[in-house]
Design a binder for this molecule. Structure first.
Ligand SMILES: Nc1nc2c(c(=O)[nH]1)N=C([C@H](O)[C@H](O)COP(=O)(O)OP(=O)(O)OP(=O)(O)O)CN2
Ligand SMILES: [Zn+2]
Length: 161
């Protein structure tokens, strides 16, 4: 104990907060590295030349350590002792608007988003795209996970590894 007016806690105590955002977009699963026949065989109905649409749901999760943790470091943000927040969800909402809604909502992913000109617009690649965009906007170590529901049954998780 170091003379503080609070008790330090042994071990890691980490809080996670999540903001959910939905957006609509269309796409076509098609690889320029494959022939037309190979594309049809691999991607099936998702290779339809005129594309198809989804109502995507994205869960953005950030994390912060409890301020009493003994393992303080500069890499992982803390739940602020005064505000009680890992980060203000109002700020996260603004970053989600910039990283997800403006570039992706009501867009044709393959035609409107330069990133997908040569990258197949699978949900895996979409999760990487969103991670790369958001991680640039947030303080270091804050972003924990991007989870995308392409459909109710098809779900992808990316943690930046
Ligand atoms: N590894 C991946 N496989 C597939 C992806 C993907 O992003 N990563 N995406 C698709 C398609 O985009 C497709 O739209 C999936 O739709 P669908 O198969 O219709 O979705 P459901 O499984 O939820 O529908 P049901 O037919 O009701 O089962 C395909 N593969
Ligand atoms: Zn699809």
């Amino acid at each position: 104990m170091g003379g503080n007016d609070y008790h330090e806690t042994e071990g890691e105590r980490v809080g996670f907060i999540t903001r959910v955002q939905s957006f609509s977009a269309c796409h076509r699963l098609h690889s320029k590295s494959l022939s037309e026949e190979e594309n049809r065989k691999i991607f099936g109905k998702c290779n339809n030349p005129n594309g198809h649409g989804h109502n995507y749901k994205v869960e953005v999760t950030v994390r912060g350590k409890d301020y009493r943790t003994l393992f303080r470091d500069s890499v992982h943000p803390q739940i602020d002792r005064v505000t009680g927040m890992v980060m203000n969800l109002t700020d996260l909402k603004k970053h989600i608007e910039e990283a997800i809604m403006i570039p992706l909502d009501h867009k044709n992913l393959d035609e409107d988003v330069p990133y997908f000109a040569d990258v197949v617009s699978t949900t895996e690649n979409l999760a990487v795209y969103i991670w790369d965009s958001l991680v640039k906007l947030l303080p270091p170590g804050l972003l924990y996970e991007i989870k995308i529901y392409e459909t109710e049954k098809n779900i992808v998780v990316y943690r930046g590894e």
